[in-house]
Design a protein around this ligand. Sequence first.
Ligand code: UDP
Ligand code: MG
Length: 141
Amino acid sequence: MKTLQRTLTIIKPDAVRRNAIGDIIEQFEKHGFHILSMKMLEISKHQAEQFYAVHASRPFYDSLTNFMSSGPIVALALEKENAIADLRELMGATNPGIAKEGTIRKKWASSIESNAIHGSDAEDTAHFELSFFFAGYELAK
Ligand code: UDP
Ligand code: MG
């Protein structure tokens, strides 16, 4: 049975620089995601390191956290039945070279790092990531 879920997505600095905010948000709405809350902001290198702490030991961590703190991002809390898996499907593969036609990364990603969008990958990470960017009152209906 599908249940109503919330997930966290980020329009990354590369997509903001390419004026893709409107197109990506349109995709969310067309695919049935309800926008609960949204904010445009910049994060520091330290904040990016906290957000991506799960990847701290990976070789791409330093470059990834520099990239994520390189300019404005847009963080959105999305709600939909099966939101977590459905957003991952709409995003497409991490590597745009193998992202499917019709996905956001196929259209907007320019490399495996500058891949336009982030989406939570499971219920526990969605919970952590939503509360990283949004206070409880910002998600209250
Ligand atoms: N990334 C990278 N090089 C890699 C793998 C990932 O630069 O080899 C970056 C990329 O921006 C990716 C992020 O690190 O979106 C987080 O990686 P993850 O494996 O969690 O991919 P995602 O869940 O974003 O598809
Ligand atoms: Mg991930």
